[in-house]
Design a protein around this ligand. Structure first.
Ligand code: GDP
Ligand code: IMO
Ligand code: MG
Length: 433
């Protein structure tokens, strides 16, 4: 038995989906424990491309059980649309999708609340969210009074009564702030959601209990983090973060499985850095080098299509996130994108405006916004590495670069990726440095 957590160590889109898919070779269950349809995980298998958002990436592997844990927030129409899309690609969910009855539900008013908060803020204050209702739904969960959980969708009278009270409040607030605003009808929303519930009924269960017997029964379980550790509500660049613990810290609360049951914590990093949405990004390259990375890495959001901001690898930020996520090994992704750069830079420290050095990722956003990265320059490689399948066949400068990242983050690299296909992944033998 071996349980694994796969977690992003940057600002999301580190290619977690590809590694989760690969690790399904040795796991039989994949669990999402936080986030929602803000995630976009891509898996390429032969000529098929799968885009997973709310559904665990294990869905593309026949026979693998998929769990949507209590820490996830669910917009039922999006979930059903995603299921239909995957079914049309040949995925069969019968008996293998398990959705927590404790997971909170996203309603139309959450989407409106997010529209209001994103559109009323000035562009510099806008968080640049995915507008999937994630923040407002988590707000209602923590606020308790208005949160509604999946299990409640199966009690029609109770749901109608609750939605009536919630909408009385929401309509008043939204009517006063959003112009134009058409008040929402509680009965209509209730009827709509009861319809979704009927389709989802076979899948909704107490996943905490399901997980307990899965762990005790010796299953090999993979926990799939969404977003990345630098978007974590506690450890990320608050407030430019998502509304959940998207570091590995969210695993226990979001799945009902304690961290003591996990054997490996796999941190996923890109060979450089990207970020979508607002917030500080010390190594950002707002120039032709950044554009070159964006073009070569096809750095456009899976969910929103927005161009991703690109920059050099930030070892200060990843040291922090590897620590809070307890990474025991790293997978370094998209290394092929860096082929052809004469020099590759890695940020190893931050310099404050007064000239002093900072080697820890600061909590204060203002401080982070003022630092200048201290770079270590490494020689690049010119070879196309997309066809290399053995660690020792990579150019020496490629291997030196990977070794340098491992030293800087202080976590061994166990895997490198040089293309989106399953086969374009190379194991790094233990003791390579
Ligand atoms: P996730 O959200 O962390 O799962 O990552 P995304 O799927 O949003 O973004 C990663 C993108 O990089 C996807 O389009 C993958 O197909 C692609 N990809 C994964 N690994 C590699 C790689 O090693 N090289 C290249 N060029 N693309 C990769
Ligand atoms: P995956 O799982 C990259 C970002 C948004 C925004 C901030 C808050 O594919 O790596 P939210 O809608 O969550 O309230 O937006 O978080 N964001 C992501 N960025 N990858 C993701 O997911 C993201 N999910 C949210 O762009 O800056
Ligand atoms: Mg993504």
């Amino acid at each position: 038995m071996s349980n694994t957590c796969v977690v992003g160590l940057q600002w999301g889109d580190e290619a977690k989906g590809k590694i989760v898919d690969l690790l399904c070779d040795v796991h039989d269950t994949v669990v999402r424990y936080q986030g929602g349809a803000n995630a976009g995980h891509t898996v390429i298998v032969g000529d098929k491309t799968y885009k997973l958002s709310l559904i665990p990436t294990g869905a593309v592997r026949p026979g693998v059980d998929c769990v949507i844990g209590n820490g996830v927030v669910i917009h039922p129409p999006m979930l059903l649309a995603e299921m239909d899309r995957l079914i049309s690609q040949g995925v069969d969910f019968s008996g293998r999708l398990h959705i927590s009855d404790r997971a909170h539900v996203i309603f139309p008013y959450h989407l409106e609340e997010e529209r209001w908060s994103e559109e009323s803020n000035s562009s510099s204050e806008r968080l640049g969210t995915t507008r999937r209702g994630i923040g407002p739904c988590y707000k209602d969960k923590v606020g308790r009074v208005h949160g509604i959980r999946m299990g409640e969708l199966f009690r029609p009278d109770h749901l109608r009564e609750r939605l009536g009270r919630v909408l009385e409040f929401k309509n008043r607030i939204l009517g006063a702030t959003l112009k134009p605003f058409e008040p929402m009808n509680a009965d209509a929303i209730c009827d709509e959601y009861l319809g979704y519930a009927e389709r989802l009924r076979p899948y909704v269960t107490d996943t905490a209990a399901w997980m307990a017997s899965a762990v005790k029964g010796g299953r090999n379980i993979l926990f799939e983090g969404a977003q990345g550790s630098l978007l974590d509500i506690d450890y990320g660049t608050f407030p430019y973060v998502t509304s959940s613990n998207s570091s590995a810290a969210g695993l226990g609360t979001g799945s009902g499985v304690h961290a003591r049951h996990i054997d490996n914590w796999v941190g996923i990093v890109k060979a450089y850095t990207t970020r979508v949405g607002g917030g500080p990004f010390p190594t950002e390259l707002d120039n032709e080098i950044g554009q070159r990375i964006r073009d070569r890495g096809r750095e456009y959001g899976t969910v929103t299509g927005r161009p991703r901001r690109c920059g050099w690898f930030d070892a200060v930020a990843v040291r922090h996130s590897a620590w809070v996520s307890g990474a025991t090994e790293l997978s370094v992704m998209l290394l092929d994108v860096l082929s052809g750069f004469e020099t590759i830079r890695v940020c190893t420290g931050y310099r404050r405006p007064d000239g002093t050095l900072l080697d820890w990722f600061p909590a204060c956003l203002e401080e982070l916004g003022q630092v200048t990265p201290v770079y270590h320059d490494l020689p690049g490689w010119s070879e196309d590495v997309t066809g290399v399948r053995n660690w020792n066949d990579f150019p020496a400068n490629f291997r030196n670069y990977v070794r340098f990242l491992a030293e800087q983050v202080d976590v061994p690299v166990r895997r490198v990726s040089v293309g989106p296909e399953r086969t374009q992944t190379v194991a790094v033998p233990a003791g390579s440095w």
